[in-house]
Ligand binder design. Sequence first.
Ligand SMILES: Cc1cc2nc3c(=O)[nH]c(=O)nc-3n(C[C@H](O)[C@H](O)[C@H](O)COP(=O)(O)O)c2cc1C
Length: 271
Amino acid sequence: MIEQDERDVASKHRVIEPSVLYVGTPVYLVATQNPDGSANLAPASSHFALGRMLVLGLEEGGQSLDNLRRHRELTVNFPAASQWTHVERLAGVTGKNPVPADKAEQYEFEPHKFQRAGLSPEPSELVSVPRVAQAPLQLEARVRRITPGVAGIYGMVEAEVVRVHAAENIAVAGTNHINPDAWHPLIYSYRHFYDRGGEVGWTRKSPLATPPAAVDRWETAGGQWRVVSVDEHSATVELSRCDGGEVAEILTLSSEHEIRWARVQLAIEGG
Ligand SMILES: Cc1cc2nc3c(=O)[nH]c(=O)nc-3n(C[C@H](O)[C@H](O)[C@H](O)COP(=O)(O)O)c2cc1C
């Protein structure tokens, strides 16, 4: 069925000229320090993260980029999908005074961005710029490099994350992991806001994608395994000897996590 859908889509492309290429990226609120020591706060979505480094795409002429060139500390605050209206309250304002000519029609100057958004500043621990108290995921960071973009319309801010704060309800108790089931970033896609959908799979590197203990033990001992079937209530796994031959044991898995694990394995093998 999926293969059929993919073939249909493949035959139906056409060339378009979309006004933006905002495919769908989590929104963040970047806090920076204004020249008078107050905090600026701006919504953005352009970014990627690798290791402890964050790379943000911030427009030239905005107060946020100006601030970062002068004061090289920031917080990057990820709101939950349910908080989208706070983000939208900042969509028509800039911390830049006077408002740049190319923004004058659509933006007004707002020196009190936290208040305007209906959000509260909360002191950071390692940087002098506040966090957004209500954001479930808050990153304290220091600028390592700012590189002008080729087209002159944005700067690439490479920032090292020095501290991460996660709301209790999105962290896995007793660990340093975010629970992806509990975390609902606000997704910005072609100028519309979305919550994420349900999980469709995971990559094997996920610290939460642990195999059932019996399967893990078998594999560690050099044996092989194969998920045979999965339904709503259980999954069946064959454990076989390392020579690939004889089935030594048939496991029936019934916990929610084990069934989910088995479903992912079957999908990977099938695809
Ligand atoms: C949902 C959303 C996403 C945005 N993404 C970006 C972005 O990735 N980079 C950027 O520079 N501006 C982005 N903007 C626009 C800035 O928020 C806007 O230019 C704002 O005026 C910047 O404020 P500042 O001048 O106080 O820094 C986005 C705005 C919204 C509402």
